[in-house]
Design a protein around this ligand. Sequence first.
Ligand SMILES: Nc1ncnc2c1ncn2[C@@H]1O[C@H](COP(=O)(O)OP(=O)(O)OP(=O)(O)O)[C@@H](O)[C@H]1O
Length: 238
Amino acid sequence: MTVIEIDGLRKGYRGGTAVDGVSLRVGRGEIFGIAGPNGAGKTTVVECASGLRRPDGGTVRVLGLDPQTDRRRLLQRVGAQLQEAALPDAITVGEALRMYASFYDDPADWRALMDQWGLTERRRTGFGKLSGGWKQRLFIALALVGRPEVVFLDELTTSLDPSARRTTWGLIRDIRERGVTVVLVTHFMDEAEALCDRLAIMDRGRVVATGTPAGLIAEGRCRSLDEAYFALITENGV
Ligand SMILES: Nc1ncnc2c1ncn2[C@@H]1O[C@H](COP(=O)(O)OP(=O)(O)OP(=O)(O)O)[C@@H](O)[C@H]1O
Protein backbone atom coordinates (compact mmCIF):
# COMPACT_ATOMS: atom_id res chain seq x y z
CA MET A 1 0.00 0.00 0.00
CA THR A 2 1.25 3.47 -0.91
CA VAL A 3 1.30 5.85 2.04
CA ILE A 4 2.99 8.86 0.44
CA GLU A 5 2.10 10.02 -3.06
CA ILE A 6 3.72 13.15 -4.39
CA ASP A 7 3.09 14.28 -7.95
CA GLY A 8 4.67 17.22 -9.73
CA LEU A 9 5.47 19.05 -6.48
CA ARG A 10 6.75 22.58 -7.00
CA LYS A 11 7.86 25.10 -4.41
CA GLY A 12 9.77 28.33 -4.80
CA TYR A 13 11.12 30.86 -2.37
CA ARG A 14 11.99 34.44 -3.12
CA GLY A 15 15.47 33.36 -4.13
CA GLY A 16 14.19 30.95 -6.80
CA THR A 17 12.85 27.44 -7.32
CA ALA A 18 13.57 24.98 -4.53
CA VAL A 19 11.50 22.02 -5.75
CA ASP A 20 10.79 21.67 -9.43
CA GLY A 21 8.33 18.90 -10.27
CA VAL A 22 9.09 16.16 -7.75
CA SER A 23 7.09 12.91 -7.89
CA LEU A 24 7.56 10.14 -5.33
CA ARG A 25 5.81 7.06 -4.00
CA VAL A 26 6.55 5.57 -0.59
CA GLY A 27 5.03 2.25 0.45
CA ARG A 28 3.84 1.27 3.92
CA GLY A 29 6.64 -0.02 6.12
CA GLU A 30 9.45 1.22 3.89
CA ILE A 31 12.51 3.11 5.01
CA PHE A 32 12.70 5.60 2.15
CA GLY A 33 15.77 7.79 1.82
CA ILE A 34 16.13 11.20 0.22
CA ALA A 35 19.70 12.21 -0.58
CA GLY A 36 21.25 15.04 -2.56
CA PRO A 37 23.60 18.01 -2.27
CA ASN A 38 22.97 21.04 -0.05
CA GLY A 39 20.10 23.06 -1.43
CA ALA A 40 18.73 20.20 -3.59
CA GLY A 41 15.28 20.64 -2.04
CA LYS A 42 15.13 17.62 0.28
CA THR A 43 13.94 19.48 3.37
CA THR A 44 11.39 21.41 1.33
CA VAL A 45 9.87 18.13 0.05
CA VAL A 46 9.67 16.77 3.60
CA GLU A 47 8.18 20.03 4.89
CA CYS A 48 5.51 19.99 2.16
CA ALA A 49 4.72 16.33 2.95
CA SER A 50 4.41 17.01 6.67
CA GLY A 51 2.18 20.05 6.14
CA LEU A 52 4.70 22.65 7.28
CA ARG A 53 4.94 24.35 3.89
CA ARG A 54 2.33 25.08 1.28
CA PRO A 55 3.32 23.79 -2.17
CA ASP A 56 3.05 26.16 -5.15
CA GLY A 57 1.93 23.31 -7.39
CA GLY A 58 1.46 19.56 -7.67
CA THR A 59 -0.31 17.21 -5.30
CA VAL A 60 0.77 15.65 -2.02
CA ARG A 61 -1.10 12.88 -0.25
CA VAL A 62 0.07 11.28 2.97
CA LEU A 63 -2.06 8.40 4.26
CA GLY A 64 -4.60 9.59 1.67
CA LEU A 65 -4.78 13.05 3.28
CA ASP A 66 -3.81 16.42 1.86
CA PRO A 67 -1.27 17.90 4.31
CA GLN A 68 -2.69 21.39 3.73
CA THR A 69 -6.42 20.83 4.02
CA ASP A 70 -6.29 17.84 6.41
CA ARG A 71 -3.38 19.09 8.49
CA ARG A 72 -4.98 18.50 11.89
CA ARG A 73 -5.94 14.91 11.10
CA LEU A 74 -2.58 14.22 9.53
CA LEU A 75 -0.64 15.61 12.50
CA GLN A 76 -2.30 12.95 14.64
CA ARG A 77 -0.86 10.25 12.36
CA VAL A 78 2.63 11.46 11.40
CA GLY A 79 5.72 12.37 13.39
CA ALA A 80 8.60 14.57 12.36
CA GLN A 81 12.12 15.24 13.55
CA LEU A 82 13.19 18.24 11.56
CA GLN A 83 16.62 19.64 10.89
CA GLU A 84 16.46 22.83 12.89
CA ALA A 85 14.28 21.63 15.71
CA ALA A 86 14.90 23.23 19.09
CA LEU A 87 13.30 23.35 22.50
CA PRO A 88 13.70 25.88 25.32
CA ASP A 89 16.93 25.18 27.22
CA ALA A 90 15.18 24.81 30.55
CA ILE A 91 12.62 22.18 29.57
CA THR A 92 13.62 18.73 30.85
CA VAL A 93 13.53 15.51 28.87
CA GLY A 94 10.58 14.23 30.91
CA GLU A 95 8.65 17.48 30.60
CA ALA A 96 9.17 17.61 26.83
CA LEU A 97 7.88 14.06 26.35
CA ARG A 98 4.90 14.63 28.64
CA MET A 99 4.04 17.88 26.86
CA TYR A 100 4.27 16.33 23.38
CA ALA A 101 2.12 13.39 24.52
CA SER A 102 -0.58 15.89 25.51
CA PHE A 103 -0.84 17.03 21.86
CA TYR A 104 -2.24 13.66 20.73
CA ASP A 105 -5.60 11.95 21.13
CA ASP A 106 -4.03 8.53 21.61
CA PRO A 107 -0.39 9.00 22.59
CA ALA A 108 2.19 6.33 23.35
CA ASP A 109 3.14 5.79 26.99
CA TRP A 110 5.79 8.51 27.14
CA ARG A 111 7.54 6.94 30.13
CA ALA A 112 7.94 3.68 28.23
CA LEU A 113 9.25 5.59 25.21
CA MET A 114 11.70 7.45 27.43
CA ASP A 115 12.94 4.10 28.71
CA GLN A 116 13.13 2.53 25.26
CA TRP A 117 15.31 5.34 23.95
CA GLY A 118 17.61 5.26 26.98
CA LEU A 119 16.47 8.68 28.16
CA THR A 120 15.21 7.80 31.63
CA GLU A 121 18.51 8.63 33.37
CA ARG A 122 18.33 12.07 31.80
CA ARG A 123 14.67 12.72 32.50
CA ARG A 124 15.50 15.69 34.75
CA THR A 125 18.19 17.11 32.46
CA GLY A 126 17.35 20.38 30.72
CA PHE A 127 17.37 20.37 26.93
CA GLY A 128 20.16 22.98 26.89
CA LYS A 129 22.46 20.63 28.83
CA LEU A 130 22.04 17.63 26.51
CA SER A 131 24.82 16.78 24.04
CA GLY A 132 23.96 16.70 20.32
CA GLY A 133 23.48 12.93 20.38
CA TRP A 134 21.05 13.01 23.31
CA LYS A 135 19.13 15.86 21.72
CA GLN A 136 18.75 13.71 18.60
CA ARG A 137 17.48 10.78 20.65
CA LEU A 138 15.00 13.03 22.38
CA PHE A 139 13.77 14.34 19.02
CA ILE A 140 13.25 10.81 17.71
CA ALA A 141 11.33 9.91 20.86
CA LEU A 142 9.24 13.09 20.47
CA ALA A 143 8.55 12.21 16.82
CA LEU A 144 7.21 8.83 17.99
CA VAL A 145 5.14 9.91 20.97
CA GLY A 146 1.98 10.29 18.89
CA ARG A 147 2.30 6.66 17.73
CA PRO A 148 2.71 7.80 14.12
CA GLU A 149 2.17 5.65 11.05
CA VAL A 150 4.71 7.73 9.11
CA VAL A 151 7.78 9.43 10.53
CA PHE A 152 9.98 12.02 8.80
CA LEU A 153 13.58 12.18 9.98
CA ASP A 154 15.73 14.95 8.53
CA GLU A 155 19.51 14.57 8.80
CA LEU A 156 19.10 12.56 11.89
CA THR A 157 22.68 11.42 12.37
CA THR A 158 24.58 14.44 11.05
CA SER A 159 25.86 15.55 14.47
CA LEU A 160 26.41 12.08 15.89
CA ASP A 161 29.67 10.27 16.55
CA PRO A 162 30.19 6.99 14.65
CA SER A 163 28.99 4.72 17.44
CA ALA A 164 25.93 6.86 18.17
CA ARG A 165 25.12 6.72 14.43
CA ARG A 166 25.22 2.92 14.50
CA THR A 167 23.00 2.84 17.58
CA THR A 168 20.56 5.20 15.88
CA TRP A 169 20.43 2.97 12.79
CA GLY A 170 19.38 0.08 15.02
CA LEU A 171 16.69 2.24 16.59
CA ILE A 172 15.38 3.26 13.15
CA ARG A 173 15.17 -0.39 12.13
CA ASP A 174 13.18 -1.00 15.32
CA ILE A 175 10.73 1.74 14.33
CA ARG A 176 10.20 0.06 10.97
CA GLU A 177 9.75 -3.37 12.60
CA ARG A 178 6.76 -1.85 14.33
CA GLY A 179 5.23 -1.17 10.90
CA VAL A 180 6.01 2.54 10.81
CA THR A 181 6.98 4.06 7.44
CA VAL A 182 10.19 6.08 7.71
CA VAL A 183 11.29 8.90 5.39
CA LEU A 184 14.92 9.66 6.05
CA VAL A 185 16.82 12.63 4.63
CA THR A 186 20.51 11.79 4.65
CA HIS A 187 23.86 12.95 3.33
CA PHE A 188 25.53 9.63 4.05
CA MET A 189 25.60 6.90 1.46
CA ASP A 190 26.73 4.29 4.00
CA GLU A 191 23.63 5.18 6.02
CA ALA A 192 21.40 4.96 2.94
CA GLU A 193 22.90 1.61 2.02
CA ALA A 194 22.56 0.22 5.52
CA LEU A 195 19.02 1.42 6.17
CA CYS A 196 17.00 2.37 3.12
CA ASP A 197 14.79 -0.02 1.18
CA ARG A 198 14.67 2.58 -1.57
CA LEU A 199 15.99 6.06 -2.03
CA ALA A 200 15.50 9.10 -4.20
CA ILE A 201 18.50 11.16 -5.22
CA MET A 202 17.64 14.83 -5.65
CA ASP A 203 19.64 17.50 -7.43
CA ARG A 204 18.62 21.12 -8.02
CA GLY A 205 14.99 20.62 -7.09
CA ARG A 206 14.44 17.44 -9.08
CA VAL A 207 14.57 13.71 -8.46
CA VAL A 208 17.36 12.42 -10.67
CA ALA A 209 17.03 8.74 -9.71
CA THR A 210 14.95 6.47 -7.51
CA GLY A 211 15.64 2.86 -6.64
CA THR A 212 17.00 0.38 -4.17
CA PRO A 213 20.62 1.01 -3.18
CA ALA A 214 21.64 -2.13 -5.13
CA GLY A 215 19.52 -1.08 -8.11
CA LEU A 216 21.10 2.39 -8.25
CA ILE A 217 24.58 0.88 -8.08
CA ALA A 218 23.75 -1.60 -10.88
CA GLU A 219 22.04 1.02 -13.05
CA GLY A 220 25.06 3.31 -12.89
CA ARG A 221 27.44 0.35 -13.39
CA CYS A 222 29.17 1.54 -10.25
CA ARG A 223 31.01 -0.25 -7.46
CA SER A 224 29.36 1.60 -4.61
CA LEU A 225 26.41 3.82 -3.78
CA ASP A 226 28.82 6.67 -3.22
CA GLU A 227 30.07 6.31 -6.78
CA ALA A 228 26.51 6.05 -8.15
CA TYR A 229 25.56 9.20 -6.21
CA PHE A 230 28.45 11.25 -7.58
CA ALA A 231 27.67 10.10 -11.12
CA LEU A 232 24.09 11.36 -10.73
CA ILE A 233 24.54 14.78 -9.20
CA THR A 234 26.04 17.91 -10.69
CA GLU A 235 28.73 19.34 -8.47
CA ASN A 236 27.65 22.87 -7.73
CA GLY A 237 30.45 23.83 -5.40
CA VAL A 238 28.16 25.06 -2.59
N1 LIG B 1 12.67 29.65 4.08
C1 LIG B 1 13.37 29.78 2.96
N2 LIG B 1 13.45 30.99 2.35
C2 LIG B 1 14.15 31.15 1.20
N3 LIG B 1 14.80 30.14 0.58
C3 LIG B 1 14.77 28.94 1.15
C4 LIG B 1 14.06 28.68 2.37
N4 LIG B 1 14.20 27.37 2.69
C5 LIG B 1 14.97 26.84 1.71
N5 LIG B 1 15.30 27.77 0.81
C6 LIG B 1 16.12 27.53 -0.40
O1 LIG B 1 15.53 26.49 -1.14
C7 LIG B 1 16.51 25.61 -1.68
C8 LIG B 1 16.27 24.19 -1.19
O2 LIG B 1 16.48 24.17 0.21
P1 LIG B 1 16.26 22.86 1.09
O3 LIG B 1 16.54 23.22 2.50
O4 LIG B 1 14.95 22.27 0.78
O5 LIG B 1 17.42 21.93 0.52
P2 LIG B 1 18.10 20.65 1.17
O6 LIG B 1 18.32 19.70 0.04
O7 LIG B 1 17.32 20.16 2.31
O8 LIG B 1 19.50 21.25 1.63
P3 LIG B 1 20.49 20.83 2.85
O9 LIG B 1 21.12 19.54 2.46
O10 LIG B 1 21.48 21.96 2.84
O11 LIG B 1 19.68 20.77 4.09
C9 LIG B 1 17.85 26.18 -1.27
O12 LIG B 1 18.33 26.96 -2.33
C10 LIG B 1 17.52 27.05 -0.08
O13 LIG B 1 18.42 28.13 0.02
